[in-house]
Design a binder for this molecule. Structure first.
Ligand SMILES: Cc1ncc(COP(=O)(O)O)c(C=O)c1O
Length: 438
């Protein structure tokens, strides 16, 4: 098929051992399903909920109005889409032409470069370095955008997986330096976990800043699939038209329910408060635990529900023959080696997609790969593959402790790294820490 495999999605949907008895899930990055029914939120289901719609060919009017009101923009600045995933996809589709240069952060949430790749982008990865706490160097990025003649820059804020924040002021500065012909697409799906971040978006601050988000993470309502793009009106026009190649209209009855929820500030605040209380409690426990456990290292950023957990004691998972695995490099060694990674989109020759610039690394197993072109699931990165015979932090947590964290390899991180979430409720985090402490 012309679309790339998205290894992480395949794992999240079918490959993760969700059904393992007694498994503690510290992998899912959204708040645990709040197990809300329609009745929990609104009372009785209206018997006149319309199963048809009108006037919603380019987005559900009430839903767009509710989102616009929340973020203090006009409905013409909003496109509503199926989750942040589809919002990202249509935003990229509407903003680039085939062959345009698109700068994407690395390590990265795999579906983002997959979408850009599918849409014919020439992907140039820019590194976020662990040693720099995953922060973006705005001046370097602006320079890269200029030298690559970038049409689009894509990043997540807060950053998935590193959880670091980039300030709006830095993004505004970036937007001003690169100029209006370069658009900056910011995935803000985790943003409202931050303090004073309710109803905030960077998209209102400059015409070349575009943001995406959804009800998935902070509100735990993934299955409503309410996602959105906020942008300058002209860009929203292009983004809406891009959807014409993908689908016809949205699911009106569901969109009506999302509209009702988003328009209800009090209810939105209540759900967000519940979610924040849960992750804050979980985060405190993780902080306390890590302060006394020198096997692991993690930088805990407030306003996020996850962190990269890194194993610093490599004795934990030696290879079965007793030798230390070559893949268990101290965390930053591989990341340092690469600054730019280009993926040319040439569908006719899939094998020749990638070439690296600035590669000074002689360890092929750690090299960033063209993330969006991963070949057969689980089979593409033999050196880093997580399997019972091959040591990794993910396997060690799973096999020794029945704790599921997201393997680092899905973000192109070394096997010493996992993304560890405290979004499944304090009890789960508590139990996981107890297991790891004994
Ligand atoms: C950065 C980022 N964007 C988007 C998504 C998907 O969000 P949604 O469920 O709204 O499509 C995720 C989910 O993990 C994510 O981490």
């Amino acid at each position: 098929m012309p679309l790339p495999n998205v290894e992480y999605m395949q794992w999240a949907k079918t490959g993760a051992p969700w059904t393992k008895p007694g498994l503690l899930n510290c992998s899912t990055s959204g708040i645990y399903e709040l197990r809300k029914t329609y009745r929990d939120l609104f009372g009785e289901m209206p018997s006149d909920l319309s199963l048809t719609g009108s006037g919603d060919a380019y987005g559900h009017p009430e839903l767009k109005a509710a989102i616009a009101f929340r973020y203090d923009v006009l409905p013409a600045n909003v496109y509503n889409a199926n989750g942040a995933s589809m919002a990202n996809f249509v935003a990229i589709a509407g903003l680039i032409n085939r062959g345009d240069s698109v700068l994407i952060e690395h390590p990265v949430y795999d579906p983002i470069p997959a979408a850009a790749n599918a849409l014919g982008a020439r992907i140039v990865h820019f590194e976020r370095h662990e040693s720099a706490h995953w922060q973006i160097d705005i001046d370097n990025l602006a320079q890269l955008a200029r030298s690559e003649d970038a049409r689009l820059i894509i990043l997540t804020n807060p950053y998935n997986p590193g959880a670091t924040w980039t300030s709006d002021n830095d993004l505004i500065r970036l937007a001003d330096i690169v100029g209006d012909d370069t658009i900056i697409l910011v995935d803000e799906v985790y943003r409202e976990w931050g303090e004073n971040e309710a109803g905030q978006t960077v998209a209102t601050k400059r015409p070349n800043l575009v943001a995406t988000s959804s009800l998935t993470k902070v509100w735990g309502l993934s299955r409503l699939r309410a996602g959105w793009v906020i942008a300058d009106e002209r860009l929203i026009h292009d983004i809406s038209r891009a959807f014409d190649a993908i689908g016809a209209v949205g699911p009106s009855p569901i969109d009506s329910i999302s509209a009702r929820l988003i328009a209800d500030d009090k209810l939105m605040a209540k759900l967000r408060d519940e979610s924040i209380a849960e992750i804050t409690a979980g985060r405190k426990l993780v902080e306390q635990w890590l302060a006394h456990d020198d096997r692991f290292d993690a930088r805990i950023h407030p306003g996020s529900g996850f962190t990269i957990l890194r194993c610093v004691n490599l004795d934990l998972f030696r290879a079965p023959d007793g030798s230390a695995s070559r893949d268990n490099q101290p965390a930053d060694q591989s990341a340092h080696a690469h600054d730019i990674h280009v993926v040319d989109n040439q569908p006719s020759d899939q094998s020749a997609h990638a070439h690296d610039i600035h590669v000074v690394d002689d360890q092929p197993s750690d090299r960033p790969r063209p993330l969006a072109d991963t070949g057969t699931f689980g089979d593409t990165k033999p050196g880093l593959r997580d399997n019972p015979g091959h040591p990794s932090l993910h396997n060690w947590l799973l096999n020794e402790h029945n704790i599921l964290a997201t393997p680092g390899r899905f973000f192109d991180l070394p096997t010493t790294h996992v993304r560890f979430c405290w979004t499944q409720g304090v009890e789960v985090v508590e139990q996981a820490i107890r297991k790891l402490s004994t």
